[in-house]
Design a protein around this ligand. Sequence first.
Ligand SMILES: [Zn+2]
Length: 396
Amino acid sequence: MIPACPICATKRNSVLDQRERVPVLQNRVWPDRASALSAPAGRLDMRLCANCNFAWNAAFDPKLMVYDSFYDNNQLVSEVFSDHVDAMVQRIITSLDESAEAHLVEIGCGQGDLLRRLARANRFASLTGFDPAFKNALEGHDANMTIHTCLFDNDTLNLLRHPIDIIVARHTIEHIHRPLDFLRTIRAAVDATRPTKIFLETPDINWIVENFQHQDLFYEHCSIFSKRAMHFGCQAAGFNLCAITSVFSDQYLWAEIDTGDSQLIAEPTAPSLLTADGFRAKRLDFVERWRDQIVTLGKEGRVWLWGASSKGVTFALLVDPDGELLAGAIDINPKKVGQFMPLTGVQVCDPTQLESGDSVIVMNPNYLAEISNRIASQQKSIRLLTLDTAHLEMSA
Ligand SMILES: [Zn+2]
C-alpha cells in the first residue's frame, strides 16, 4: 500500500532512502562500547511527496522514542551555532509589539538556553518552556521563566497560566510523527481573539536532497519540511504563513506564522521540481568514496570525524558500521567526551586527542572555520576535509 503524505494527503511519492538498522536517537551517547552497540534501533523508509515535497519516515514508530534527561542536543558550545541562535532571538524580539510585554511559549526548549537569551531583552511578561529532556536545573533563572518537563500536547495545555502572544518551536517539528496534529494543537492553544505569532525552525528537505546530504536523514527526523510543505501544513491547520526564509547557510527553514488571513502569501501553484531520483544511488557512491578515502588517509595517520551528533552518528554508521576505520569522533561538548556513539560504538573524544599527521572529516561545513582556528591554536599539522568538497585543507 502506498502511504499518503501526512501533510497534503497525496499518494504520489517516491522512496528517498531506506536503511534497515539506524539508531532511534542520534543525540544519546552511551557510557561504554557494549551498550552503544546494542542501542535501540529502528528502520528508515524515507518518502518524498511528489506534490508538497514533505519527506517522512513511513516506518517510524513513535513508541521507540524516549526523550529523557540522557538526551543531549546542546550545540551552543559552538560559537557559530550560538551566533545563529542570537540572530534568531533578534528576529523574535524585532517582531514584538512596542507597547506591551509578551507571553512567550517555547515548545522543545531543551535546557532553556533560548529562553534565557530572550529573558535578557526584558521584553517578556512570561517565558514558558516545554521539554521532557529538560534536566531540571534552571539556576539563577528569570523569575518569569517556567519550564515544564513534559511534551506540549492537548493534555498539558492546561499548564499554561497566560494567553500566548508568541510560540517558538526550533528543531522540534521534524521529530514529530504527526506534524499536522502538532500544528493543530498549537492552533487550539492560541486565543482566537488575540494576535499570536508562531516561529518554527526546522531542516529544509530541499537543501538535503539537492546537496545529497545523506547523513541528514536519520530516525529522529521523521518529518522534514520543504517551503512548499510548510504552506500546505499551515493552511491545513488554519494558520497563515507570513514568511518563510532559509537560514544557517540554507540548511534550515525559518517560518513566521500567524492566525490572521489578511496577508496570505501566494500558495505555490507551480509543480514541484524536487525529486528523489538518484539520491539512493548517490548514497552508495558516497559511502564507497568515503570508505576508500578513510582507508587511504589511514595509512598516514589516524582518521577522525568532527561532530558527534546527528550528522556524525549517521556518517559513521554509513561508512564505518563496525567502528573499525575511524579513530573516534571529536566533539567539544564535554558531556559527550569519553562516551560512545550508538550502533557503531565509535568513541567521542575531545580535540586535544588529535596529533600531527591525523585527518579530520568535518561533518558540518558551517563549523569549518571555527574548527580550523581551534586546531591552529594547538600548533598541530592536521588535514581537514569536508563532506561537500573533494579538496583537502591543511592546517598547521
Ligand atoms: Zn505532500
